[in-house]
Design a protein around this ligand. Structure first.
Ligand code: ADP
Length: 398
């Protein structure tokens, strides 16, 4: 038995998953949310023989340390027993590793200081990640803790891809460059696709579309990230659930001068009140496609903007790679939205992309090909599993 506990912590919540690594099966998963409130909510799911039993409770949880104690209580009360499946290590997702971290790293005090130091690049995420690590160390003091960074997979970006054409000294002083995110997912699904196709990853040129609430696209050459759409922060690139993605930076100057909107409000506007939501009032891609298909003009226009940006990036990545073997769709929208996949790849036959409409419409939780058998570019839907990838990397680091 070799179990790994994976933790993904935010400022007022954390998710966890206990994974048995021999068969790579998830034994339990859960979510502790609204930490810091009287009515914090805990969901604990026990997975056995393919069926899931769910337990929920609402109670006061003042901080992450207490949250971990409650999680341990849920394991004791509902299983699986941590005595029978003692985690050999705890793996933590950390959002920003800057240019410093490019491998899964065993946590030391110095590592935590370095993650904290990178908070200026990810003020909402890194401090919360450190709080989660510290609390988890109190609950699991005798096993190694390992951090896996969202940015790590993109450390292979060449300078031409990660450098902004900004005054070089300013960029250097303030560590301004493209870092890229969702790396754990991009790595996982591109490796899964290679394995599924029976090909060497080192021989493949792949384009990965990770389309969830946050969304990013990555060009992967021979298993290495060579271009990606997110930048210094996860705001750049594709249109997302509530984020603008690419926008002329002068829009910020304009709104500041004309409407007297300050930095904090601009941050909020671009990150939380824009994207699909800002365009349509809807946050969920399911609702958007249903309305767009029913003829709602606002929803149609928002979906058109979303797809237009995807095509724009896809075209750019074709030219960066020169030859494309696979296009991979993953995450909530990529795995589930028949419409987004169909509209994004419509009319690309001249570039060797031939989608099989019936295959695209098939629903499944498994990895699958949705292009025709004779399509020069193989299009796949690959379910992502960031927790499993973190667990694999955690194990490799210890
Ligand atoms: P997160 O970035 O929060 O991890 P997910 O990867 O879970 O996001 O993706 C969430 C998105 O997936 C939501 O916008 C949701 O609308 C979309 N989604 C989930 N199921 C479907 C579906 N059947 N059709 C279209 N979109 C879907």
């Amino acid at each position: 038995m070799t179990a790994v506990l994976v933790i993904n912590s935010g400022s007022s919540s954390f998710k966890y998953q206990l994974i048995e690594m021999v068969g790579e099966t998830t034994l339990a998963r859960g979510l502790v949310e609204r930490i810091g409130s009287e009515d914090a909510h805990v969901t604990h799911e026990v997975i056995e023989n393919g069926s899931t039993e769910k337990f929920e409770q609402t109670r006061s949880i003042p901080n992450h340390t207490e949250g971990f104690a409650v999680m341990l209580g849920a394991f004791t009360a509902h299983g699986p027993s941590l005595d029978e499946h003692p985690p050999v290590a705890v793996g933590h997702r950390v959002v920003h590793g800057g240019a410093r971290f490019f491998e899964p790293t065993v946590v030391t005090d110095l590592v935590k200081i370095n993650i904290q130091d990178l908070s200026e690049l990810a003020p909402l995420h890194n401090p919360a990640n450190v709080d989660g690590i510290t609390a988890a160390q109190e609950s699991f003091p005798d096993v190694p803790h390992v951090v896996v960074f969202d940015t790590a997979f993109h450390q292979t970006l060449p300078p031409a891809a990660y450098t902004y054409a900004l005054d070089a000294e300013t960029a250097k002083r303030y560590r301004v460059r493209k870092y890229g995110f969702h790396g754990t997912s991009h790595k996982f699904v591109s490796e899964e696709a290679a394995r599924f196709l029976g090909r060497e990853n080192s021989d493949l040129n792949q384009i990965v579309l990770h389309l969830g609430n946050g969304a990013s696209m990555t060009a992967v050459r021979g298993g290495e990230s060579v271009e990606t759409s997110m930048g210094l922060t996860p705001l750049e690139g594709l249109v997302m659930g509530t984020r603008t993605g690419d926008i002329d930076p002068a829009v910020a100057f304009h709104l500041h001068r004309r409407a007297d909107i300050g930095v904090a409000e601009l941050d909020d506007l671009f990150n939380k009140r824009s994207g699909i939501y800002g365009l349509s009032g809807l946050k969920d891609m399911r609702d958007l496609t249903v309305k767009a298909n029913a003829g709602d003009a606002t929803a149609r226009a928002a979906l058109d903007v979303y797809v237009h940006r995807l095509k724009q990036y896809l075209g750019g990545y074709f030219f960066q790679l020169g030859r494309v073997d696979t296009i991979i769709f993953t995450a909530g929208i990529g795995e589930n939205s028949v419409d987004v996949r169909a509209e994004t790849l419509a009319g690309l036959e001249n570039f060797g992309v031939n989608v099989d409409a019936a295959r695209n419409e098939q629903r499944s939780d498994s990895i699958r090909v949705i292009s025709t058998d004779d399509s020069p570019v193989t299009v796949l839907v690959v379910p992502t599993n960031e927790e499993l990838e973190i667990a694999r990397q955690t194990l490799s680091a210890v």
